[in-house]
Design a protein around this ligand. Sequence first.
Ligand SMILES: [Zn+2]
Length: 361
Amino acid sequence: MWTVQCARCRQIATYHPTRWHCDCGGPWEPPRPLPFDHRAIRPRQPGIWRYAELWPFQQDPITMGEGWTPLIPLSSIEPHLWAKLDYVMPTGSYKDRGTATGLSALREMEAHHVMDDSSGNAGASLAAYAARAGLQATLFVPAHASPVKKAQMRAMGAHLVEVPGPRAQATAALMQALEQDGIYASHVYNPFILLGLAAAAWEIWEQLGRAPDAVITPLGHGMLFLGLFLGFEALQAAGYIDRLPRLYGVQAAACAPLAQAFAAGLETPAPVAEGETIAEGVRIAAPPRGPEILQAARITEGAILAVSESEIQNARESLARQGLFVEPTGALAMTIWPQVLQETDRAVVLMLTGSGLKSPD
Ligand SMILES: [Zn+2]
């Protein structure tokens, strides 16, 4: 029995993979606050699974050791700046945290054939974990998706369905296929992904020995942003931290529905045009969890900001000169730290989310 709660109307339900969102249209999330107790931590378990006793898994999880990524000081740039190397993962992106918990949960619900509509790191991650678990994976990708990422998915045995036209067409094709077979292992709607992502907050708290003052993440669908929020919220609810770290999300100005909504004081983002950006991982025009992301940014007294292509490129180069090779999306957090640090004299953590090997040019 996997209990979930609608993030919008707060209805509580037993999760079933065929009912992947609430009747009100809202996305499911695990009941909040997530439980947390430091006595449940098992340091000898690999990666995120040091927290497994806090989670409702019955079977052995699908894992490749994802999580417990390095948190390193960037003291040669600024004494209060830290980088969480979340691109140090089995498939080279932070997505593995959420795929591990998300797919493990679906397998407990007897999933044998999983499908998703992702052209990027989430698809590659699902292909890898499905292969690891012996599950069949079908990925619906826009025909224009990155050849490197498509090759990565195919190499791991996923079946790729290339759909011409914009991303929404790939989603429509998936919905049609679902009527025949398979379950929707969505990298946005699957609520159990948020468990592995929340672990990133717990890792930072353990590694730093306290909560940071602020955390900065790239922001597209906002799953990492929400996972961090749930993780720190759990620490606060259990009495381990006094206040929530301020959460900052960074979007590419070419496609920044959440930054625009935040600046305008809106509760729901208005859809925008999908402009071209080198930060392809956050090119999301209509994020389904938009209202929850805006709410989390405001509750933590953080912000959502948009940056230009040249700022992204400069941030990527500046990280590379520190020995940190990330893809353009993975460098977004590096773009705004000076303004975040103006407001604090305590630790600021940058989430570096995707390996530069995925996008070497
Ligand atoms: Zn609802």
